[in-house]
Design a protein around this ligand. Structure first.
Ligand SMILES: Cc1cc2nc3c(=O)[nH]c(=O)nc-3n(C[C@H](O)[C@H](O)[C@H](O)COP(=O)(O)O)c2cc1C
Length: 189
């Protein structure tokens, strides 16, 4: 049972770090909301417990990028059904298309992962069911040369969190804490 704000903070930060590091973690694929009211599942690639920053990979042409340019407010929702812990987060999003962070992420992706960025822009309509990929790339791993045009479509979504709402459902009594980087308080669940 978590009975101190410090342990609630630790629990939230550890779960998010594990969510980024472990593909099997329920918190590996949180829902990410933008201020236009849309929400989508994204793979959590990195979480830094020291500065509360998160990183996701995305397509620069996707609608969420335009939504973030209009309003950088981001909501992230993660839930672990086994632990019955919900983490609701608020922060500011930023798209990084160039520079050290985006280059390093691109460099560490394999060519299958990079292949997604050869596809038609997310949300473009099609007369037929489609992966969006060019025919030649279906079912095959492109070479570095074939991926030359893909890099320009790749971007990082970096979210700087400023508020974490941590909620643990428990028989002995639910617990809920609102955490900021320099403060914390209990609230009724
Ligand atoms: C399991 C799963 C993981 C996904 N991971 C990502 C991701 O890491 N980045 C991303 O941009 N979209 C990801 N998507 C697709 C998004 O949910 C969304 O459909 C897509 O980004 C469309 O762009 P929009 O939200 O800007 O309209 C994922 C979808 C699923 C089902």
């Amino acid at each position: 049972m978590i009975e101190t704000l410090e342990s609630a903070r630790l629990d939230a930060l550890e779960r998010l770090a594990a969510g980024a590091a472990n593909r099997r973690s329920a918190m590996h694929v949180p829902a990410v909301g933008t201020a236009d009211g849309d929400i989508r599942i994204m793979v959590l690639r990195h979480f830094d417990p020291a500065d509360w920053s998160m990183r996701f990979h995305t397509d620069f042409r996707s609608p969420k990028v335009a939504a973030l340019a209009a309003n950088p407010a981001v909501h992230v929702l993660a839930y672990d059904p086994e632990a019955k812990v919900q983490i609701r987060m608020r922060g500011q999003g930023e798209i990084l298309r160039e520079g050290r962070v985006a280059d390093a992420a691109w460099a560490s992706a394999d060519n299958y992962a990079r292949r997604c960025y050869l596809a038609d822009a997310p949300g473009s309509s099609s007369e037929t069911p489609t992966s969006g990929l060019p025919q030649w790339a279906e079912g095959r791993k492109p070479t570095d040369d074939q991926l030359a045009d893909a890099r320009q479509n790749f971007a990082i979504l970096r979210v700087m969190l400023d508020r974490i709402d941590w909620f643990m459902l428990a028989h002995e009594g639910h617990r809920r804490a609102i955490l900021t980087r320099d403060g914390a308080g209990w609230v009724a669940p």
